[in-house]
Design a protein around this ligand. Structure first.
Ligand code: PMP
Length: 430
């Protein structure tokens, strides 16, 4: 599916740092990290070299009944950087599957613990967790999901903490909004606790829903509710993981440990398809014991733990260390905040939302009434197309302009990005 219908897509033939180069030789600053994946930019010499060397050793061997050195080393390193208490790793190939595995793990966990009634999930409206059937079932964006309704299992959807358009709170005040959302969440959990296996959440930011940033403390309260009502917390860090929030994982911003954590996108630095679903010893233990055969986790993939993908991931993690990627973020995050603080003064910018080096700029037809542009106006697409004239590659989410650049973007490049976005909004929204 593409918002760009009716216009020919750019044909990208090369990448260089934060830049994409098309078949006509035009250069575009990659403002969305090639769909929220590329952490270190493109054609990164260290990752390229590691992949080439690995290809000459072994390209693939199954993880079913075997393992490979790179998968084993990576698992240890993922545990080292994960929130305290997350100690087990299950590999797969993409973000949707990482979430799907989290759902299956949570389901099986309660079966093994002798609570067969706990089979349902609660998630949030505006959530996006991927395109497989389980992930769609817990997703909450009608535009993507409604067409599949007859195929889906019935998840419970709590209100999204989308303060700018809060469905519960007329004041649209962050503190009030958070309180209302959490009260309703607790009511839904309490009513269904006996049936709930888990709660699924994109920690800190609902990405595809429009870069909706949760109020501070929200995640901690969600963790407390999961503990209080005995349900597993599944954190979908597919988009926000690997440094985007300013810390390695978004859960670490609020000092919480989920029971299950789904990772993909940035895990290989955005290079190759790989995903991991990580969990705690407690969940893992439910799959062991006297009847081990029956307690095995029923999920296996052909390319699980592929050594070339794991090598890319190891090279990416090494770069995080070597280049001190996280330590270099604060000035960029501050600069982004400063520019957003100016962009919000535009007549057709209703809201700006930021978490680390992730941001969303919500365009509105009427700033006073918050009236949105209608879908047919394709205002986000228009702004992003205009931005191409300024040498930027951007991809909108409806009326929201997304900023999700490689973490290695320089301050000069970030300035170019923000200048181009501001000029494009000025041209299109007047
Ligand atoms: N979860 C989140 C939060 C995502 O943003 C995405 C992808 N945008 C997914 C899951 C699905 O990942 P994939 O496209 O790799 O299946």
């Amino acid at each position: 599916m593409s918002e760009w219908e009716g216009s020919d897509p750019l044909v990208i033939v090369r990448g260089e740092g934060c830049w994409l180069i098309d078949s006509d030789g035009n250069r575009y600053l990659d403002g969305v990290g090639s769909i929220w994946t590329n952490v270190h930019g493109h054609a990164v010499p260290e990752i390229n070299q590691a992949i080439k060397e690995q290809l000459d050793r072994i390209e693939h061997s199954t993880l079913l009944g075997l393992t490979n050195d790179k998968a084993a080393i990576l698992a240890k390193q993922l545990v080292d950087i994960a929130p305290e208490g997350i100690t087990k790793v299950f590999y797969s190939d993409n973000g949707s599957t990482a979430v799907e595995i989290g759902l299956k793990m949570a389901f099986q966990y309660w079966q093994h613990l002798g609570k067969p009634g706990k089979t349902r999930f609660i998630s949030f409206r505006n959530a996006y967790h991927g395109d497989t059937i389980g992930a769609v079932s817990v997703g909450g964006i009608d535009l993507f999901h409604a067409v599949f309704n007859p195929l889906l299992f019935k998840a419970i959807h709590a209100p999204s903490p989308y303060c700018y358009r809060c469905e519960l709170c007329p004041e649209k005040n962050h503190n009030h909004c958070q309180k209302e959302c959490l009260t309703e969440l607790e009511r839904l959990i309490a009513t269904n606790a006996d049936e709930l296996a888990g709660l699924v959440i994109e920690p800190l930011v609902q990405g595809a829903g429009g870069m909706i940033v949760q109020p501070p403390g929200f995640l901690q309260r969600v963790r407390e509710l999961c503990d209080k009502y005995d349900i597993l917390m599944i954190a979908d860090e597919v988009a926000v993981g690997f440094g985007r929030s300013g810390k390695m994982f978004a859960c670490q911003q609020e000092g919480i440990t989920p029971d299950i954590m789904a990772l993909s996108k940035g895990i290989t630095g955005g290079y190759l398809p790989l995903a991991a679903t990580m969990t705690t010893q407690q969940v893992y233990d439910a799959f062991l014991g006297e009847y081990r055969e029956l307690k095995t986790f029923f999920h296996g993939h052909t390319f699980t733990g592929n050594p070339v993908c794991c090598t890319a991931a190891l090279a990416s993690l090494e770069l995080f260390n070597k280049k001190q990627i996280l330590a270099a973020l604060p000035p960029k995050i501050d600069y982004l905040a400063e520019r957003l603080g100016h962009i919000i003064t535009h007549d057709h910018v209703g809201d700006v939302r930021q978490c680390g080096l992730i941001a969303g700029i919500e365009l509105v037809k009427n700033k006073t009434t918050r009236e949105p542009y209608i879908w047919e106006e394709r205002i986000g697409v228009q702004v992003c197309q205009e931005a191409q004239k300024h040498g930027l590659f951007l991809r909108p989410l409806g009326n929201v302009i997304v900023i999700f650049p490689p973490l290695v973007i320089s301050l000069d490049e970030l300035k170019l990005l923000m200048d181009g976005i501001e000029a494009s909004i000025q041209t299109i929204c007047s």
